[in-house]
Every structure is written in structure tokens, then in C-alpha cells.
Design a binder for this molecule. Structure first.
Ligand SMILES: [Zn+2]
Length: 229
């Protein structure tokens, strides 16, 4: 495996880096990504690949289960990364992207599987709201159907959690930030996006581009402000 990484490093430097020298030298000056992308650590779900983004375009936060702990609930890297992306880099969009077949959510639904993974178990406590929603509102579902719904509900819970972060709340109120709840489907390469307008998920690739760009989590505070004025 290390040999594969090494040969990849040689190949990158010798071919890609040298071929696109100007592009890579421009990156040295600094970054100004437009988007904070929060996704799962799963090796099959690489944000830059599934969105065909380039270096410098996505500020990425990945962890097991694409979890955003509520503000104050964790002193880990998550809140610092969110604050930096929003307040220092000034990203305009935040995407929270779950994915089909997520092992973290599978574990959350089956806590017994984490008996020997105390740190995973403790991390997934941040997803307790999702677990409870599934237990109390979807008790009729089992297996794959249960997991699919849990993955969708989970990204929406993380959108709620995200809004407890002061840096995010401030920008939302100013209308300078848009939130997106996505689910990547490994089976088809498609992405489902939630829209507050129809309170559901729809495929971004099946929609007309102007419809697809509109699919977002409505900025509740902005809507309220416009109502007032
Ligand atoms: Zn996952």
C-alpha cells in the first residue's frame, strides 16, 4: 500500500504538478474557497471528486458520519474549522453531505456493534438526535430502508446543529450564507439535495440547472427579516 502511495506522489509531481505549474503556483499566494463541505471520512466519498472541484475551491471538514456537534458540545476540530471557514475565509455556502451505505450511521443504529470501539461510540453520541428520531418516528422501518431514511434525517439534524454556531448564525442573519443538505448515492454517483420549499430530497442531476441551484435549506432568519421590513 505504501508503494502505491509513493508511486502516486512521484506521478503527481512529475506529471500533474509540472504540467499545471501556473495553477499550482497561484495557490501558494492564499486560498479563497467559496464552499465549506462537511462530509464523511468514508474513503469512497471524496468531495473534490464527486463535485469535480479543483484544489482551492472546497474547504473540507470530514469525520466519521458527517457530524456537526452543537456549539459548545465539543472542543475538537469541528467548531474551529467551521468558525475559520465562515469568519476568516468567508465561505458563502456550507454543504453537509451524507452518503448511502454510511457505516457510521449503521453503527449508530446498531450500538452493539461498537462494544469494542469506545471512542466511536462516544463520538456518535453527537448523533443522538438522529438515533432518537429514527427510534420514535420510524419504528416501522428496518434494514436498508431504515438506514436510507436515517442518512437523510441525519443531514437535516446536522444542519440544525450547524446553526447553533455563532459564526454561522451571524452570517445567516445577514443573508451571506446558504446551507445545503445533500446525500451522495454511491450506487449511481448522483446527489440528492433537500429543499425547504417542498420539504424533501430530489436528485440534482435530474433537475434543470436553474431548479437544481435553488435547492437549499431556506434561510429562516433572512425570511423573517424580510417579513419585518
Ligand atoms: Zn459514512
Amino acid at each position: 500500500m505504501m508503494e502505491e502511495l509513493l508511486s502516486g506522489i512521484y506521478q503527481f509531481r512529475a506529471q500533474v504538478f509540472h504540467r499545471e505549474k501556473d495553477f499550482y503556483s497561484n495557490l501558494v499566494a492564499g486560498q479563497s474557497p467559496r464552499t465549506l463541505f462537511i462530509g464523511c471520512s468514508d474513503s469512497r466519498v471524496d468531495p473534490t471528486i464527486i463535485t469535480q472541484s479543483n484544489l482551492g475551491e472546497l474547504f473540507v471538514l470530514r469525520n466519521a458520519g458527517n457530524i456537526v456537534p452543537c456549539y459548545g458540545a465539543s472542543n475538537g476540530g469541528e467548531p474551529a474549522t467551521i468558525e475559520y471557514a465562515v469568519s476568516a475565509l468567508g465561505v458563502r455556502d456550507i454543504v453537509i453531505c451524507g452518503h448511502s451505505g454510511c457505516g457510521a450511521l449503521q453503527a449508530m443504529l446498531n450500538p452493539a456493534t461498537m462494544a469494542k470501539l469506545p471512542l466511536v461510540k462516544s463520538w456518535l453520541n453527537h448523533a443522538e438526535a438522529t438515533r432518537r428520531i429514527m427510534e420514535e418516528n420510524y419504528s416501522q422501518l428496518t434494514g436498508a430502508a431504515l438506514l436510507d431514511v436515517a442518512i437523510r434525517e441525519h443531514v437535516l439534524v446536522q444542519i440544525e446543529n450547524l446553526q447553533t454556531h455563532p459564526a454561522v448564525a451571524v452570517k445567516l442573519q445577514r443573508g451571506e450564507l446558504t446551507l445545503h443538505a445533500w446525500v451522495y448515492l454511491m450506487e449511481t454517483g448522483d446527489i440528492l439535495a433537500y429543499s425547504t420549499e417542498d420539504n424533501g430530497f430530489a436528485s440534482l442531476t435530474q433537475l434543470e440547472p436553474h431548479e437544481a441551484t435553488k435547492r437549499q435549506v431556506a434561510n429562516v432568519r433572512k425570511a423573517k427579516r424580510e417579513q419585518r421590513s
